[in-house]
Design a protein around this ligand. Structure first.
Ligand SMILES: [Zn+2]
Length: 120
């Protein structure tokens, strides 16, 4: 079972979460520019209309993924303020520094995450 975070690990992850929040915010701004609908009258040069629509689909998918990650980052920052950061949302056991270090917005411990993925 994972250990509780030390105060310095907790602080390190909090700073990383704030950095991530800024990073995803600017990513979302860039992506918003890429998700303009394809204008069928606009001459698009060498890029075929199919390519343009394909690109638009990919931009939408990555915007959705960033948006979901952004929500998880915000939730993690909020749980810091409640002093609950680092505990699994489901079983309330410590998630552990190794796992949080790789992905500080993680809300579930490995066991609960595995269960959740199996149920899908
Ligand atoms: Zn758990």
């Amino acid at each position: 079972m994972a250990e509780e975070l030390t105060p310095s690990e907790r602080e390190e992850l909090r700073i990383e979460l704030l950095r991530l929040r800024g990073e995803i915010e600017s990513q979302l701004e860039d992506l918003a520019l890429g998700v303009r609908p394809v204008d069928l009258d606009e001459p698009i040069g060498r890029l075929s209309r199919m390519d343009a629509m394909q690109q638009q689909k990919m931009a939408e998918a990555s915007r959705r993924a960033s948006r979901q990650r952004y929500d998880r980052v915000l939730a993690a920052i909020a749980s810091h303020k409640r002093d609950e950061y680092g505990d699994c949302l489901h079983c309330e056991e410590p998630i552990g520094y190794r796992r949080l270090g790789a992905k500080p917005e993680t809300a579930l411990c490995l066991a609960c995450q595995t269960l959740k993925e199996k149920r899908r």
